[in-house]
Write a protein that binds this ligand. Structure first.
Ligand code: ASP
Length: 338
């Protein structure tokens, strides 16, 4: 039986080609992808293409577009075996993280990919990324999807979406998953590392919870930073602080006072690390004790992208009863090590 994959094209470099007369990049009509890439017809799966009416640079993708994608997957969930989202690379990790929280009870593959060079470029990385992603999006064993989560496939690696970050604007190998091992790798053989795959053990039927609040702020702490600026900004529901190393910040009385004041206003404070790998460990250094004292939440080894979208999803979400801190600290879909 031929598996069916729904390809949702949102925009980004992958759908561009060079206009050889003017030398500039332009979006091509993705509905014609089969003419551009006849190789797609050789795939063992059937591919159905749904292009966004107006392809977007991924810097224009946000909560509205995440919801559109999530609902489109929901609408088509029963008709297709897997989903492939083609996306600009700049914010792909945010979209992958957000989707991982919004698609509840997911039992089918949702793969995101893009490319560093346009599909129409001679040296493009788009074709391999696209073809191998289709393979992963249609991979079944014993009538069960092998991948049952949101993943990013890029430059020979399959990664858990909510563990990724874009770390290179230059190299084809643009994504990293520093705190979680790869899910699969393509070489001569296309392999999957089954023990690394996520499984949702709940009995929850697939559905979309599209709650996303934009009342979240992210600040990176730096030496010499004037904390008084915090007092100039209006109150927000969640403040994510990206602090030094394993969770430290300058130890002045002013720091304690300012952060305490923010907490007293009812703002949740989440702490993530500026280090790409490793994470927060409250209590390891004296200069992290302030966070425990004010009741801040450790983002442990989450990426900034994942912490931001998880906070957006959880804050004021009527489907999550109980404390924000408790829900935030637990793994919803493999985004944090417990
Ligand atoms: N600016 C583009 C985007 O993110 C870059 C890319 O696709 O690689 O949409």
């Amino acid at each position: 039986m031929k598996r069916k994959v729904l390809l949702i094209y949102t925009g980004g470099t992958i759908g561009m080609e060079k206009d050889y007369e003017t030398g500039s990049l332009r979006a091509f009509d993705f509905g014609n992808i089969f003419e551009k890439m006849p190789e797609m017809k050789l795939m063992e799966c059937e591919v159905f293409v749904h292009p966004f009416a107006k392809p977007l640079d991924s810097s224009d993708m946000g909560p509205e577009e995440w919801k559109i994608i999530a609902h489109y997957i929901q609408k088509n969930y029963d008709q297709y075996d897997g989903f492939l989202v083609l996306h600009g690379t700049d914010t792909m990790s945010y979209t992958a993280s957000a989707l991982s929280f919004m698609l509840k009870g997911l039992k089918k593959p949702v793969i995101l990919t893009g490319s560093q060079l346009p599909i129409g470029d001679l040296r493009t990385d788009a074709k391999e990324n696209l073809l191998t992603s289709l393979y992963y999006a249609s991979l079944y064993e014993n009538d069960e999807a092998v991948i049952q989560e949101v993943a990013i496939y890029f430059e020979y690696k399959l990664l858990r979406g909510n563990r990724t970050l874009k770390y290179s604007a230059e190299y084809f190998d643009a994504y990293a998953s520093p705190n979680y091992p790869i899910l699969g790798q393509s070489g001569v053989h296309l392999n999957i590392i089954k023990e690394n795959l996520h499984r949702d053990d709940s009995d929850v039927e697939f559905h979309v919870d599209d709650h996303i609040s934009e009342d979240v702020l992210f600040w990176r702490i730096f030496p010499g930073m004037q904390l008084s600026h915090f007092k100039e900004i209006p109150t927000m529901k969640v403040l994510i602080l990206q602090v030094f190393g394993s969770g430290t910040i300058f130890s002045s009385e002013k720091t304690r006072e300012t952060l305490q004041e923010i907490r007293n206003n009812g703002t949740e404070i989440v702490v993530v690390s500026q280090c790409i790998s490793g994470g927060i460990s409250f209590g390891k250094y004296e200069n992290s004790n302030i966070f425990s004292k004010i009741g801040a939440i450790s983002g442990k080894d989450m990426t900034a992208e994942s912490a931001i979208t998880k906070a957006m999803h959880l804050i004021d979400n009527p489907n999550y009863q109980g404390s924000f801190a408790d829900h935030f600290s637990k793994s919803l879909c493999g985004e944090i090590s417990e």
